[in-house]
Design a protein around this ligand. Structure first.
Ligand code: PEP
Ligand code: MN
Length: 357
């Protein structure tokens, strides 16, 4: 996919971040136009609104459907903004094409379903529309790339990816975990693909939009897609993660966007990627140590000795083999696992001696 092109929209292509903003859902003609007018006057050039809304459970607001496209057309006519909406099947694509939608995006639930992606790709084939593909809800980079490939194979060249975080069971700070290493790996695999971050759906909370947007800029993302509503508290969907156009403008003005063209900044971006990955690595190690302590507790209760040579040998061998499969040296992994094992044993002995529990 070496010939993927950047978005080609007059007046926005060279900006970083490229900002796409608008309500989660188009609700009424008045809400759409009021929001768009305010966004346009603060300099936003691309308007988003969901017309067809995939909802987790039945009974919620599932979007206004096709009549909403006419409202988007009015936005285009009256503000000059480009218009973007989510498509989830071939009927949506046909209606959006007819209405002159500039950018279509595939939602996270759609990207996770190859049949749906293929149906959309077939409907889009032969047009020169711009398509953004959100990551699938599950953290599966290959599935994300597969969805991008299906769109590419339909002849579409202006393709971008949107990182909107990944579903996880239970309660977390984020609505959808960022798992930054996944979009970072996507960038490594497809360097020419423009990357957008959706801080609204990652954070799920208004106050997380600014820090997540900053982090996306620091990691070299090209754009942001942010939910903005003229009256967020009364939004019909996703109200806790939408901000007014005025607040959005404030957030964007506060962003520190460094010039990625300079070699030192490219280096800084790579270093920030390393920092992010290291944080995740250390959190994983801490999780592993907590499990070790649980094992220590179990061994204590069942009178089993801490050190079991056979198990240690299996761990070392299997990790060395895996490392080699992933193009690292087995000897390097042996050194790493000797250190991890040593700390793990130390933690278990601490449990055994009851010093911390
Ligand atoms: C949206 O952008 O409003 C949306 C439904 O997002 P996602 O597909 O990321 O859940
Ligand atoms: Mn939403």
């Amino acid at each position: 996919m070496d010939d993927i092109l950047h978005l080609d929209l007059a007046g926005v292509s060279k900006q970083r971040p490229i900002v796409i903003a608008g309500p989660c859902s188009a609700e009424t003609e008045e809400q759409v136009l009021a929001t768009a007018t305010d966004l346009a006057s603060s300099g936003i050039k691309i308007f988003r609104a969901g017309i067809w809304k995939p909802r987790t459970k039945p009974g919620g607001f599932e979007g206004v459907g096709e009549p909403g496209l006419r409202w988007l057309q009015r936005v285009k006519e009256e503000t000059g903004m480009y218009i973007a909406t989510e498509v989830a099947n071939s009927h949506h694509v046909e209606a959006a094409l007819k209405a002159g939608v500039d950018i279509m995006w595939l939602g996270a639930r759609t990207s996770a379903n190859p049949f749906a992606v293929q149906e959309i790709a077939d409907a889009i084939a032969g047009t020169d529309t711009t398509v953004l593909v959100k990551n699938p809800i599950n953290p599966d980079l290959e599935l994300w790339i597969g969805a991008l490939q299906r769109i590419y194979n339909a002849g579409i060249r202006r393709i971008g990816a949107i990182h909107r975080g990944f579903s996880a069971y239970g309660k977390h700070l984020y609505r959808n975990l960022p798992q930054w290493h996944i979009p970072i790996e996507l960038r490594r695999r497809l360097p020419q693909l423009q990357l957008f971050c959706d801080p609204s759906h990652i954070g799920g909370k208004r106050e997380l939009i600014a820090p997540l947007s900053q982090q996306a800029m620091d990691l070299g993302f090209d754009g942001l897609i942010v939910e903005s509503h003229c009256d967020p508290d009364c939004a019909w969907s996703d109200k806790s993660q939408q901000v007014t156009p005025e607040v959005l403008s404030y957030i964007l003005n506060m962003l520190v966007v460094r010039d990625t063209q300079s070699t030192t900044e490219s280096l800084a971006i790579l270093r920030r990627q390393i920092d992010t990955i290291d944080n995740e690595l250390i959190e994983l190690l801490a999780r592993r140590m907590r499990v070790s302590r649980d094992i220590g507790q179990y061994k204590k209760e069942h009178n089993i000795q801490v050190l079991q040579a056979g198990r240690y040998d299996d761990v070392l061998r299997s990790r060395m083999k895996l490392a080699e499969q992933l193009d690292m040296s087995g000897e390097f992994m042996k050194t790493v696992y000797q250190a991890i094992h040593e700390e793990s044993v130390r933690q278990q002995i601490e449990v055994l001696n009851n010093r911390k529990r």
